[in-house]
Design a protein around this ligand. Structure first.
Ligand code: GUN
Length: 298
C-alpha cells in the first residue's frame, strides 16, 4: 500500500492565507494581534520554540514580545508579570512556555493567565468549555491535528481513534475534541498511557493512531492494522554521528517500518510541528477579534 505523507506545510499555508485577511481587517481598525511569550530559564528547546513563534508572528504582520525571566525567578515575579500582561491592551495572547523550572507551580501560573488571553487553551475555563462541546481557545497541537485531518479528508466519524499519551497539552484535549459530535470528531476514542498493560492490543484495532508520548519510534509495524492513519506528535532528539549537529529529530512513530502498511503518516519534522505555531497565530488573531468586540471603537 502506498503511504501518503501528511505534511503540515500546505495546511499551515492554507490557514495563514485565511488569517491574513483577518489580520489586515484588524490593522485597518488600528489593531495588531499581539502575543507575549513568557520564557523562564534556559531550556534550549524552549528557546528554539519561542524564537520560531516570534518569527512566524513577525512574518504574518503580528506583534510578539518575549519576556525572558531568569531560571531562579520567584513565583510572585512570574505572577506579577502575567498580571501586567493581562492588563496590557496591546497584548491579546499570553503564552507561558512549558516546562517551567521545578520550583514554580505551573498550575498556579497557567491559571493566572486571563481566560480571554489564554491562546494556549490551557486555562481550566477553556478546557472546561472544550469538554462541554463549546470550545473557545483550543490547545494548539490538538487543533493543528484536527486541521490536518480536515485538510487531507480523513474521516473520523464512527472510526476508532487511539491516542497514546494523556498530557494536558495534547492527549486530554485531543480526546475531548475527537469524542465530540463535531465535523472532525464523532469518533470512538481510546486513550492509552503509562498505565495501559499492552498498548498494541489497542493500536492494532485503531483506524487512526495519535502518538504523543515522547518515546523515539515506539510505534512500529507490528502494532498497527493495515491502512491505519498515523499522527506523530513526538519530536525527539536522538544521537546521530552522521549529522553535523550530532543528533537528528525523530518522532514517536518508526516511520520506516510503518511505510507500506499505514495509509498515511505525518512526518517528523514537517508534520504536526508547523501546525502548532499556526494555530497559536490563529488563536491570537481570534483573541484580538474578541477584544475588539469587547472594546469597539465608537
Ligand atoms: N511546551 C511544549 N508544547 C507547548 C505548547 O503547546 N505551549 C506551551 N506554552 N508550552 C509548550
Amino acid at each position: 500500500m502506498e503511504t501518503k505523507l501528511l505534511k503540515g506545510k500546505p495546511v499551515s499555508i492554507h490557514i495563514k492565507s485565511r488569517l491574513s485577511k483577518k489580520i489586515s481587517n484588524l490593522k485597518e481598525d488600528g489593531v495588531i494581534p499581539g502575543l507575549a511569550a513568557v520564557l523562564v530559564g534556559d531550556d534550549p528547546a524552549s528557546h528554539v520554540y519561542v524564537r520560531s513563534k516570534s518569527k512566524v508572528f513577525e512574518s504574518n504582520n503580528c506583534f510578539s514580545k518575549t519576556y525572558k525571566m531568569p531560571k531562579d525567578s520567584s513565583e510572585t515575579q512570574i505572577l506579577n508579570l502575567i498580571d501586567k500582561l493581562n492588563n496590557d491592551s496591546k497584548i491579546h495572547g499570553i503564552l507561558v512556555q512549558l516546562p517551567l523550572p521545578n520550583h514554580l507551580d505551573s498550575k498556579k501560573i497557567l491559571n493566572k493567565v486571563s481566560p480571554g488571553k489564554d491562546v494556549d487553551g490551557f486555562h481550566p475555563m477553556n478546557l472546561g468549555s472544550l469538554f462541554e462541546g463549546n470550545p473557545n481557545f483550543i490547545p494548539c497541537t490538538p487543533n493543528g491535528i484536527i486541521q490536518i485531518l480536515d485538510f487531507y479528508d480523513i474521516e473520523t466519524s464512527g472510526k476508532h481513534v487511539v491516542i497514546i499519551g494523556r498530557s494536558n497539552i495534547v492527549g486530554k484535549p485531543m480526546f475531548g475534541l475527537l469524542a465530540q459530535k463535531f465535523k472532525i470528531g464523532n469518533a470512538t476514542v481510546t486513550m492509552c498511557h503509562t498505565g495501559t498493560k499492552d498498548i498494541s492490543t489497542f493500536t492494532k484495532q485503531a483506524d487512526i493512531v495519535i502518538a504523543a508520548v515522547g518515546v523515539p519510534e515506539m510505534l512500529t509495524l507490528d502494532m498497527i492494522k493495515d491502512g491505519a492513519c498515523l499522527i506523530d506528535v513526538g519530536i525527539n532528539r536522538v544521537d546521530d554521528p552522521n549529522s553535523e549537529k550530532g543528533y537528528k529529530l525523530v518522532g514517536d512513530i518508526d516511520i520506516k517500518s510503518v511505510t507500506g502498511k499505514a495509509s498515511s503518516v505525518t512526518p517528523v519534522p514537517g508534520g504536526v510541528g508547523p501546525m502548532t505555531i499556526t494555530m497559536l497565530l490563529y488563536n491570537t488573531v481570534l483573541a484580538a477579534q474578541l477584544s475588539r468586540k469587547a472594546n469597539p471603537i465608537i
